[in-house]
Design a binder for this molecule. Sequence first.
Ligand code: SAM
Ligand code: SF4
Length: 359
Amino acid sequence: MSGATILEKAAAAPRTLTRGELAALIDWPDLDALFKAAYAVKLREIGPRVSLRGLVEFGNVCEKDCLYCGIRKSNANVRRYRMTADEIVAAAKRAKDAGYGSVVLQSGELTGEANVAFAEEVVRRIHAEAGNEFGITLSLGEQTEETYRRWKEAGAHRYLLRIETSNPDLYAKLHPASHSWKARRDSLRALRRCGYQVGTGIMSGLPGQTTDDLAADIEFFAAEDIDMIGMGPYIPHPDTPLGAGVSLTGDAAKKRLELGLRMIAATRLHLHDVNIAAATALQALAEDGRERGLLAGANVVMPNVTDTRYRADYQLYTGKPCIGEASDLCRGCMARRIKSIGEEPLWNARGDSPHWRKR
Ligand code: SAM
Ligand code: SF4
């Protein structure tokens, strides 16, 4: 099929592209045309609106050792913290008072009854105080189905668990042998059974990753009938096995950002009606990275509402933005940036995935 017709075919109907066509989209030579086509689909499906989630990074203690992540268990250079329940509830209230309409609670992966009960209690308190119209998304890693069910019953209704890559062989190279791709995939299915809006995503620009892998990632999102996508560029962290001695600057950083944007556009063009976040990692590579994500087809941003004193200790990668910004400054800056590209922040709304609503 000729170039222009793949863009037209993608825009005309969702989920019709072959793996080869998806790869062609990701590699599309005319960037402007790719982003415009994806943005037009976003406008048609969702309108000129951006959903907001206040992000609370409530703890950086993790039981896992992903080879790319700055807060992995074996990184001894991290000052570990865990916010108290009161602090987390207060941060969620800040998000609500700012008009964000929903909150994302994220942390390192912790299992065991004490940790499960802690998160359950926090969700219950936020839900009781903020009410049904306030969205609660969790991003707390792989857990048992019973745990997912408990958190759902406490009031959470969205869950974000990135598959990181849909290629099990590549996954194995990025994680210690004790981590399992299949267990992660099965967790996504357990989340679906529990009734969550299910979010997943990948990192783009991983060492050894091919365009075919990325095309397969988008096929994976479709095959698992995913409701929301949170994906972003891989950025090395010096205190990790994967990132040690690797720097991402200049043209390489530009290319990495561009690939992240290409993935957003190709995903929007294939899936049409899912929520797609403009990840913070885009902003780490360029000041206007998030806005560029929105113009490539994303429709969600996640301003950080974590207490400023903890932010520097939650560094998954180098160059994390807004470490020192107070939340009210973030709100003004974020709203201004959204308006500057002709979009409107969707204040005081949960911003559920249109795909999930249709299902
Ligand atoms: N621990 C939970 C989990 O892994 O699902 C949630 C928190 S974890 C820090 C959130 C995401 O951060 C991961 O899914 C991963 O994709 C991303 N991440 C970790 N290290 C990164 C890096 N060096 N560059 C970009 N993203 C990274
Ligand atoms: Fe832990 Fe998540 Fe980082 Fe892996 S990506 S080390 S599970 S915080």
